[in-house]
Write a protein that binds this ligand. Structure first.
Ligand code: ADP
Ligand code: G6P
Length: 744
């Protein structure tokens, strides 16, 4: 039976060594806690690192670790001390983590760490390949394994690979500073589906893929190699029932209270208006811990009536303590807590209760259920599950969530009180609002958030991800069936050889030659001349170059050649030994009127230019930033469409060009005119562009139509690039033509 393979650096269980004995506890962090429920449900294997370096283990402890891992449906990727240093602390947590969270001043770029990152990603790939069977679904997680999808796809191209990034994907302006940006993007693009927590991260990724790899994107799909990769956002949920039920259970009077709970109760019962404010996070500089403490200090100063009444309960879980920035943060936090407690404490009250340790689940529930306000103030956070967990435990629909707008969770939790973590004034006022919020309002806000959290739980999140991943399989299957593989090519060649009369339509730019920034640079090369000459010389074969270009350019390039040519999408025709003749009766009196409009677009969009043909005006935007180009082209189309009504003009969108033409001239009409000239029994058309679609649609069902590139098409088949076009045409020229048939 096929299974799901979950791969992340951190396994859901954290293993520590104590006197040759192993000590197992659940891992902290959003990824491990969230995916745990997904893993427990279905048939799945979780591959990751145990948390221990190989050098720390002897034969006996290794075996124990191994057993523990297998017992939990996991498999291990062993890491050496050196790898833990360079891959985990080094590249993952000194480069990617700070960079992706916009902490550029903390980001280091060390080549040695990068080399090790690649090696360890390969090591993960080896373990995955050892376990992966046909039909398995592979789900790779997070920033430690950005290259892994690429490595797996290389070896097992038919497996379905999903990737989910649990942290933000930064804006292009930040990502472009990263020295290995192309490699990392390509690694991620080994997946069939790439998921992010929010649409912002998704659009940042798409923008980087477009700008750095110059890939074509179609809404949220990227064409890459011979695949279409889907990019989407899936805001991760929590195991709502687990937290809700744990909180219900917590109310059971018969259960013995934990020490922490007893102390929390003491504070709460000390007077009627005593309140607790909670914060829980890994001790990480992205979590805005110093800001939060300082804002709390400001609050106590600004609203002294709250002194001796409210307490901040702050749980910071130790994390990545080998990285210097985390050590500095620990020191800063200790000092701040010390200073503020020193400044405000009385005999019976300390403003901040600070725990620096990992607590068991039951204690987390004590904290969540006892605190009146949760104050979650990250300066940058992919999602933040703690915010969701707090809301889920509020079984009486009371409590207030104060949440940083920099957390991915803020996008969905509109009923929280949203704050900017750098605005102390705003935080102080919001805290006051939270502490004074009427119960009715608390209820309205909490219940709306709970409804959503219950509906979009972590199971639902995983289910939606899998559904999207499965649908990429269907797209892949359609593409596979359309791809011009060897078998299909052989069949087409057979039809070609045995036909009595052949008609071949060839688009020019993007089909016979690659795209150039300047259209004049796309002149034919020697190889192309030879190819066309040979094809043209085939008996009973009519070859037509059909292009949007103007006739002057083609006259320059092919004036002394006998080829049949159609230019300007079907306005002009030239055949052997004759001059250009008009295929369509078209007008050009509209051109001086519309040209100034295009000129305003050129002025406002640097890098674009106008091409004036005999009967059309084209606005080219190949050299422009893709996002600006997209924006402007939508704008131009809107303007043009409102102007051309009743003028017998049409607006065509080609590959990075918008063209206004007289009448409904198009390649489909032109091709149909050629078709009726003879009794063709083999018709072939190839093109890369939207304007070629007219041809694909208008030619008879029996025609062999081929699209260059992976865009949506009505063509029957596709090839990937101009090189493949030439290879295919070369096969035509080498085909054995059965002339006997034509003479009979
Ligand atoms: P991050 O992923 O950056 O650590 P999140 O808030 O998304 O931040 O996730 C933190 C997760 O770690 C939550 O699911 C929370 O319940 C869990 N967690 C936090 N503290 C502890 C702890 N002391 N023991 C166990 N789990 C914890
Ligand atoms: C965040 C990351 C996870 C990571 C977790 C804990 O949630 O997205 O990938 O596992 O923090 O960090 P650690 O370095 O201890 O694995």
């Amino acid at each position: 039976m096929s299974k799901t393979i979950i791969i992340s650096n951190r396994l859901p269980l954290q293993i520590k060594l104590e006197d040759n004995e192993i000590n197992v506890s659940p891992s902290v962090g959003g990824l491990a806690t969230g995916m745990k429920s997904v893993h427990e449900e279905g048939d799945s294997l979780w591959i990751g690192w145990s948390g221990l370096a190989e050098e720390d283990l002897n034969d006996e402890t290794r075996e124990k670790v191994q057993k523990e891992i297998e017992k939990n449906k996991c498999a291990m990727v062993p890491l050496t001390e050196n790898e833990v240093d360079h891959f985990y602390y080094g590249f993952s947590n000194k480069t990617l983590w700070p960079l992706f969270h916009y902490f550029m001043e903390y980001t280091t770029f060390e080549n040695e760490n990068w080399e090790c990152y690649k090696e360890v990603n390969k090591k993960f790939a080896d373990v995955v390949l050892e376990h992966a069977e046909d039909g398995d679904t592979i789900w790779v997680h997070d920033y430690q394994l950005l290259l892994l999808p690429g490595y797996i796809k290389e070896k097992k191209p038919d497996t379905s690979i999903g990737f989910f990034l649990h942290i933000p994907f930064p804006s292009f302006e930040v990502f472009r500073t990263f020295p290995w940006r192309e490699e990392v993007l390509r690694g991620m693009l080994g997946s069939d589906l790439i998921g992010f927590h929010t649409y912002d991260y998704e659009r940042h990724f798409l923008s980087s893929a477009r700008r750095l790899l110059h890939l074509d994107t179609n809404f949220n799909e990227i064409s890459y190699d011979d695949r279409i990769i889907k990019i989407d956002s899936f805001p991760m949920g929590i195991d709502f029932k687990k937290f809700y039920n744990a909180a219900l259970n917590h109310e059971n009077e018969e259960l013995e209270k934990s020490d922490i709970q007893k102390r929390l109760d003491e504070h709460l019962h000390s007077s009627d208006d005593c309140k607790l404010i909670l914060s829980i996070d890994r001790l990480d500089y992205t979590k805005g811990i110093p800001n939060r403490i300082k804002a709390f200090e400001y609050f106590l100063e600004k609203y002294p009536e709250y002194q001796q009444k409210v307490r901040l309960v702050m749980l910071a879980v130790p994390s990545r303590s080998n990285v210097p920035q985390y050590q500095l943060l620990k020191r800063e936090t200790d000092e701040l807590v010390g200073r503020i407690n020193g400044k405000f404490s009385t005999v019976s009250w300390t403003p901040i209760w600070y725990f620096y340790r990992s607590l068991p689940f039951e204690n987390l529930i004590d904290l969540y259920t006892s605190c009146d306000v949760a104050m979650i103030t990250p300066v940058r956070d992919g999602m933040n599950l703690v915010a969701k967990e707090y809301v889920a435990t509020r079984v009486h629909q009371d409590g207030v969530l104060v949440l940083s707008e920099m957390a991915g969770a803020a996008k969905e939790m509109n009923e929280a009180l949203l704050i900017n973590p750098n605005n102390f004034e705003g935080i102080a006022q919001t805290l006051k609002q939270a502490l004074e919020m009427p119960k009715e309002e608390q209820k309205t806000r909490i219940s709306l958030m709970q409804e959503r959290l219950e509906r979009y739980s972590v199971e639902k999140w995983a289910e939606e991800f899998f559904t999207a991943l499965n649908s990429t399989k269907q797209v892949r299957n359609t593409l596979v069936s359309k791809k011009l593989n060897n078998n299909l090519t052989t069949k087409i060649l057979e039809q070609y050889s045995t036909a009595k009369k052949r008609l071949v339509f060839l688009d020019y730019d993007g089909t016979l030659v690659g795209f150039k920034n300047n259209p004049l640079d796309a002149s034919p090369d020697e190889e192309l001349y030879n190819l066309l000459d040979t094809l043209y010389a085939q008996p009973n074969t009519d070859v037509v170059i059909i292009s949007g270009r103007d006739k002057e350019t083609f006259t320059k390039w092919y004036g002394d050649k006998p080829y049949t040519m159609i230019t300007e999408h079907g306005v002009w025709l030239k055949e052997k030994d004759s001059d250009w003749s008009a295929l369509e009766n078209v007008k050009k009196d509209w051109m001086p009127k519309l040209r100034p409009i295009l000129e305003t677009f050129v002025d406002r969009t640097p890098g674009t230019f106008i091409e004036e043909k005999n009967f059309s005006l084209a606005w080219h935007f190949r050299k422009v930033d893709p996002e600006l180009a997209n924006l402007r082209s939508v704008e131009l189309k809107t303007v043009l469409n409102s102007l051309i009504a009743n003028h017998h003009l049409s607006v065509l969108e080609g590959n990075k060009v918008i063209e206004i033409k007289s009448g409904n001239v198009n390649k489909g009409r032109a091709a149909s005119r050629m078709l009726v000239r003879d009794d063709y029994d083999f018709v072939f058309a190839i093109g890369d562009d939207w304007t070629d679609e007219y041809m694909f649609r208008d030619l008879p069902e029996t025609a062999v139509t081929v699209k260059v590139g992976l865009q949506k098409t009505s063509a029957k088949y596709f090839v990937q690039n101009t090189q493949e076009v030439r290879t295919l045409l070369k096969k035509f020229t080498e085909a054995e033509i059965l002339e006997v048939q034509t003479n009979s």
